[in-house]
Design a protein around this ligand. Structure first.
Ligand SMILES: *Cc1c(COP(=O)(O)O)cnc(C)c1O
Length: 231
């Protein structure tokens, strides 16, 4: 796709996000767009950054590090893929937000690495609300133990929750999951006395429904950059 087309599509996404926020009686600036740039080139990311998009989401550590080296230091990167503990060292301190913390083991590893580097790493907990076995995300039943650990981790700043709902053709069917994530965040705020401001939910197919249900961060790739070549 031409860069001018990518920028036009990005502007359209921002317009639709603002409309969705308006429909829900929310201020447009309480929802931020994470442009998911996995499998797209550094030149396209640069064009979008220069047009005004500050944050990009990447799934693969090596690919992301390669792009970081090519792009301005002001670009903010989020790690949204499944993070293996052996990659933690490359991720801590380089990504503004790690979206997919989904086990105590991973949280311990992130805490240890952040402490060793003397940094505080922002993280989200990915919740597997539907209990889909093939998907990452912590089951709700195991969430309290992870939450206790994060709340007590001096080198991790727990910022909220992240969700990949089951796939539906009709985005309205994902709505109950979005609403459930918001309720869960409210419960956790009350029990831990933490602000937990972020709800990362909504992708190309369902971001408007997610915003109407309370998303603060939407992760959108295809709608901006077009289809990805599978690797
Ligand atoms: C790829 C990906 C996205 C973006 O998906 P699109 O459907 O292209 O918008 C969002 N979140 C996660 C976790 C992803 O892996």
């Amino acid at each position: 796709m031409q860069q001018a087309d990518i920028i036009e599509r990005w502007r359209e996404v921002l317009r639709q996000m603002a409309l969705a926020a308006h429909r829900a009686g929310r201020e447009p600036d309480c929802v931020r767009l994470l442009a998911v740039s996995k499998l797209h080139g550094a030149q396209d990311i640069l064009a979008l950054f220069q047009a005004g998009q500050p944050m990009f989401g990447e799934n693969y550590v090596q690919e992301a590090l390669g792009k970081m080296a090519l792009l301005p230091a002001e670009v903010s990167w989020h790690f949204i893929g499944h993070l293996q503990t052996n990659k933690v060292k490359s991720v801590v301190g380089r990504f503004a937000l790690v979206h997919g913390v989904d086990s105590l083991k991973l949280a311990r590893s992130l805490q240890g690495q952040a402490a060793a580097q003397g940094v505080v790493q922002d993280v989200l907990v990915q919740v597997n609300l539907a209990g889909e076995t093939q998907k990452s995300g912590i089951l709700e039943a195991k969430l309290p133990v992870l939450a206790e650990f994060l709340a007590a981790s001096p080198s991790l700043r727990w910022q909220g929750l992240m969700l990949m709902p089951p796939f539906f053709d009709d985005p309205d069917r994902a709505r109950p999951y979005f609403a459930r994530l918001r309720e869960l965040a409210e419960t956790l705020r009350a029990s831990f006395g933490l602000p937990l401001p972020e709800l990362s939910m909504g992708m190309t197919g369902d971001f408007e429904a997610a915003i109407e249900e309370g998303a603060t961060l939407v992760r959108i790739g295809t709608r901006i950059f077009g289809e990805r070549d599978s690797n």
